[in-house]
Design a protein. Sequence first.
Length: 135
Amino acid sequence: MNIDTHTVTVLIADQNTAFCAAASRFIAQLPGYDVISRSVAPGDVMAVSEIYKPDIVLMDFAFCSAFSSLDLVRRLKRLMDAPQVILVAPVDDPAYSEHSERIGADGCVTRDMLEWALPTLMDKLSAYCVRRHHA
């Protein structure tokens, strides 16, 4: 991944604190990425995003059902420095990917495939993040 000197910042938004910790440790090992915050309450996602302005929000699909999934993703996308949104599905089911795409998320990964699929997806999205910071 060539992202110049910019570190891509990530907010992990998940109610499962064990998953947050594991995902945080995993992402910390990836060169060029930094977990800047973890949110365990769906209502905090917007406030934390407005304060920390993450490049990527890795968010549990369950957060979307706590609100309207469409509303939460749209609200994130309306921020001045809108993050890329990756939804984390509980299982590998095409319906999750289709729903993610329909509501405007930038990607979808499953919990069990996180270590395999997330680096590739984040690398793909990181080019947008770098352009956003150099604009």
